[in-house]
Design a protein around this ligand. Structure first.
Ligand code: FMN
Length: 471
């Protein structure tokens, strides 16, 4: 018989409060303001209503704390950009919003809009307005700095420019909420932003801005793209399966480019993905972080070309021992260079959310050239690098249960010519159900801060190895 102290690990007050707040955010996402009741919140955390009131005076205080937590998330976006050149900073901030809002869709965008749409509670209403004004003033200050440095035209009201950045963000949020994601994923919103910002920007030659030592390379501005400074990567040869790749870019002038691409249904894998992105950025890499959902455009027209990156991280949650189909289908599409439904057709499988008719094409076993298109893939020191990652339940056997998925993702990225230099996994909660009799015990709240620090340390080690042996 276990001792009582072994059976129950008491949570600290701060941990419990965090749990209550996160459960409230999830309930706001799911049921809106009216549905985020004290009964539901306490049930989601697995405590009594009375226990909840030991942490918060009343429902409004819980909602206020949830709003504050969401505010912290939005600060990560709005305060992310630094660097001396104000137009570059504003563009970076605006462009980063699409990735940020995809990662924080369920943890900021939906709950926030739920709140503002049904906000009748005056205390909360005031908080939302206050936060809004803070963001606005923060942006006005940046614009004023640009006017002082001569990079922003002085005749346009700073407030108008600040509003236009906020409108860009809201436009993207609303497009996603309506399911019109193509406005964001096909680059329309960013093109509009660039056009808009170029009207506020003084031509670069007229406002030379000295680079600040140690600051990251400013992002591309209209007419001075950092991307164009990079040699155009040769396309993969022939059938797209040879694994021949350009060597990873070198030299201090061009920041190295990384991609974090993942699928996540309940946000666990998204948390690890977000942490990877932070690590890349802190190490001076340019990083794009893209969530792949069950949508035709995500598979057939993803907003990136995988060959463009020096380092990719590919991750997924796990169902029935395997990564989610959408990430596998995306990798298949890159590997095969065509609609992955052709390959799946051989196995009698389809992709239900891709509904356009598949063009006529003879089945591969009737194609005599097929077998000759296979080539041995050589991965070498100059190959770009990859890591694969997963969050999983591991109810019966623990980490062993993540292995098939990690192995499969590893194989797929090596097919694309990346050297897979590591596999990371950590437990991810199964909805909000307690799982006390499983391998890892109760994993509600996982991945937690410790898991995310492990994720950071894992990637940092890979980047350090790459820096000491660049190939
Ligand atoms: C329907 C379902 C099936 C699952 N199957 C497995 C499984 O076979 N093996 C496993 O280790 N975890 C399994 N899990 C747990 C998830 O992989 C885990 O919660 C993961 O963190 C979810 O990631 P996401 O939030 O990024 O979608 C399953 C979860 C659900 C909801």
């Amino acid at each position: 018989m276990k001792k009582r102290s072994e059976r129950f690990v008491r949570k600290t007050k701060a941990e419990r409060q965090r749990e209550i707040v996160e459960a409230t955010v999830q309930l706001l996402t799911k049921y809106g303001l009216q549905g985020a009741t004290v009964s539901r919140i306490s049930a989601a955390v697995g405590i009594s209503r009375g226990a909840l009131y030991q942490h918060f005076d009343n429902r409004e205080a819980v909602l206020q704390a949830a709003l504050d937590a969401m505010g912290e998330r939005s600060s990560q976006w709005i305060c992310r950009s630094s660097g001396p050149d104000v137009p570059a900073r504003l563009l970076d901030m605006g462009e980063a919003h699409s990735i940020w809002s995809s990662t924080e869709y369920d943890t900021f965008v939906r709950p926030f809009f739920q709140l503002i749409a049904s906000n009748r509670e005056s205390g909360l209403a005031r908080s939302i307005i206050r936060r809004q004004q803070q963001d606005f003033r923060y942006l006005v200050d940046i614009v004023d700095e640009g006017k002082r440095q001569g990079s922003i035209v002085s005749e346009v009201d700073s407030g108008d420019i600040a509003w236009s950045i906020l409108l860009h963000a809201w436009g993207e949020d609303i497009a996603r909420l309506m399911g019109a994601d193509e406005f964001v994923t096909e680059g329309v919103s960013n093109r509009i932003l660039r056009r808009l910002l170029s009207t506020y920007t003084v031509a670069p030659a007229a406002h030379p801005v000295a680079p600040v030592a140690g600051s990251s390379v400013p992002p591309a501005l209209p007419g001075r793209s950092t991307r164009s400074a990079r040699p155009t990567p040769p396309r993969k040869g022939g059938d797209g399966r040879t694994g021949e790749r350009r060597p990873a870019s070198r030299g201090p002038a061009v920041p190295r480019r990384s991609l974090v691409v993942y699928s996540s249904y309940t946000g666990n894998t998204a948390k690890v993905a977000g942490r990877f992105r932070t690590v890349f950025e802190e190490h001076g890499w340019v990083c794009e972080c893209v969530q792949i959902r069950k949508r035709a455009e995500d598979i057939l027209h993803p907003p990136f070309e995988i060959d463009d990156y020096d380092f990719v991280c590919v991750g997924s949650g796990i169902r029935s021992h395997l990564p989610y189909n959408e990430i596998l289908n995306l990798l298949r599409r890159f590997r095969l260079g065509e609609d992955p439904r052709f390959a799946l057709r051989m196995r009698g499988e389809t992709i239900p959310y891709i509904t356009d008719p598949l063009p006529e094409k003879p089945p591969p076993w009737k194609d005599p050239g097929l077998i000759h298109r296979h080539r041995k893939i050589e991965i070498g020191p100059t190959s770009p690098k990859a890591v694969v990652f997963a969050t999983y339940g591991g109810y019966e056997f623990g980490p062993k249960e993540a292995e098939p998925s990690l192995q499969l993702l590893d194989l797929e990225v090596e097919h694309l010519g990346f050297e897979c230099v590591g596999r990371f996994c950590c437990p991810g909660k199964y909805l909000d159900d307690p799982t006390p009799h499983t391998f890892h015990g109760d994993i509600r709240g996982r991945p937690d801060e410790r898991d995310l620090r492990d994720a950071e340390a894992f990637l940092e080690e890979k980047l350090a190895a790459l820096a000491s042996n660049p190939g």
